[in-house]
Design a protein around this ligand. Structure first.
Ligand code: HEM
Length: 373
């Protein structure tokens, strides 16, 4: 497949048809010097522009530099194509603390997420000053990109946590077949998609007047690492599994319909007078009808981080959702899910991240975050 264009009004990696693999990283900025930080963002942008086109991170490359110097590329992607690589940057709330004098530029939409019932967030895998989402069809390419950004950032940033994901759990284009999450269900059926131009304008991209002008054309990312109790899930009867989502497991059709993309009929009652799609079904509670039309662009990945030492796989969904304003989208949806979702018996949120993803890099003279600094 052709490389994904790095330049444009919006960052790539949001509406780009979701690639198969993820390497997500959150950095803490350790330099106290704002000029150093800006210089790093400029170096990162140049490297990102190159790597997304299938080139080495630096101009000499893995093997083209002076023998007495460390190479400006680590080499493990030599000979591999761009593999659809996108690199998407975001700035967390903590970047706007007193260190860099950016407090008055913090967007109101980047308000700290409230606590939600049932979550068990681990601080060491939550938050972060800067995130980079690397998505590609080849995991080696995604890992290479993050590794080189970390290498370039040595002494200025440190890796706070990173997350590998295999298997996208969302479609972000109507041209893509809907993949499945680790519960075996099609995930991403009723997602915001690249073809939904008017809805992307209304629900995805920050617009002039929304907040500080530096975010115009940007978007907000919420990440949640959601552990699944898959061993318990695997002992739940099929009918219960389907009732929990409100969709059938084979085709992904709503329990009130036949085809995957049939609209769910939330008013429909069964012979016993109870709703066919239960009151606590995930799709009923997450549906735009329950939230004044609010939607998300979900772009999550399956993960298995080995096992937990207690005979269980450490598996789940690394949920990522892009939106125009988390206060009006993720927060009310998650508040309702956390209180009522039948799925809660089988999942636990263990990490959380919130990031302001600035608009796209326009050309070779531009850099990640220029509008902010
Ligand atoms: C829909 C799975 C967590 C928001 C769905 C669907 C599945 C699913 C199978 C139906 C197919 C589709 O339309 O994509 C899961 C799993 C989760 C999870 C396994 C946790 C492990 C979340 C969270 C949110 C969310 C945390 C947001 C706070 C949505 C939305 C829809 C949806 C907005 C579309 C509902 C509609 O319009 O019909 N999810 N989900 N999900 N989910 Fe989740």
């Amino acid at each position: 497949s052709d490389p994904v264009s790095f330049y444009g009004p919006h960052q790539a990696g949001v509406t780009t048809p979701a690639q198969d693999r993820l390497h997500f990283v959150a950095f803490d900025v350790i330099t106290k010097n704002k000029a150093d930080l800006v210089e790093l963002l400029q170096e990162w942008t140049a490297a990102a522009a190159r790597m997304t086109q299938g080139k080495d991170a630096g101009t000499f490359g893995a093997v083209g530099g002076a023998p007495e110097a460390p190479p400006d590329d680590t080499g493990e992607a030599l000979g591999l194509p761009a593999s659809g690589l996108t690199l998407t940057v975001g700035f967390g709330p903590s970047l706007f603390d007193e260190r860099f004098g950016l407090g008055d530029r913090r967007p109101p939409a980047l308000a700290d997420l409230p606590a939600f019932p049932g979550e068990d967030l681990q601080p060491e895998i939550s938050g972060g000053d800067i995130c980079v989402q690397a998505c590609a069809h080849d995991p080696q390419v995604a890992v290479h990109a993050i590794r080189n950004l970390a290498r370039i950032g040595f002494g200025k940033v440190s890796v706070r946590y990173s997350q590998l994901g295999f298997g996208r759990t969302s479609s972000t284009s109507r041209a893509q077949a809907t993949p499945r999450n680790l519960m075996g269900f099609k995930d991403g059926t009723n997602n915001l998609k690249l073809e939904d131009t008017a809805m992307l304008r209304d629900h995805l991209w920050a617009a002039p007047g929304d907040g500080p002008a530096w975010m115009d054309g940007g978007t907000y990312l919420v990440t949640r690492k959601i552990r699944m109790h898959i061993e318990t899930w695997d002992r739940a009867p099929l009918a219960e599994q389907e009732a929990i989502f409100g969709r059938d497991k084979g085709k992904g059709a709503p329990l009130t319909g036949h085809g995957e993309f049939d609209a769910p009929d939330f008013a429909k009652k069964g012979p016993d007078g109870t709703p066919v799609i239960a009151g606590n079904a995930h799709v009923r509670l997450a549906h735009p009808d329950a939230h004044g039309g609010a939607r998300l662009l979900r772009r999550g990945y399956n993960f298995v981080d080995g096992s937990d030492g207690l005979g269980r796989l450490d598996a789940g969904l690394f949920f990522m959702a892009y939106q125009r304003d988390p206060r009006k989208q993720f927060v009310p949806i998650q508040r309702m899910l956390s209180q009522k979702d039948a799925l809660n018996e089988y999942i636990k949120h263990v990490s959380s991240g919130l990031f302001a993803c600035p608009p796209g890099v326009t050309d070779g003279g531009d850099y990640w975050g220029r509008t902010l600094f």
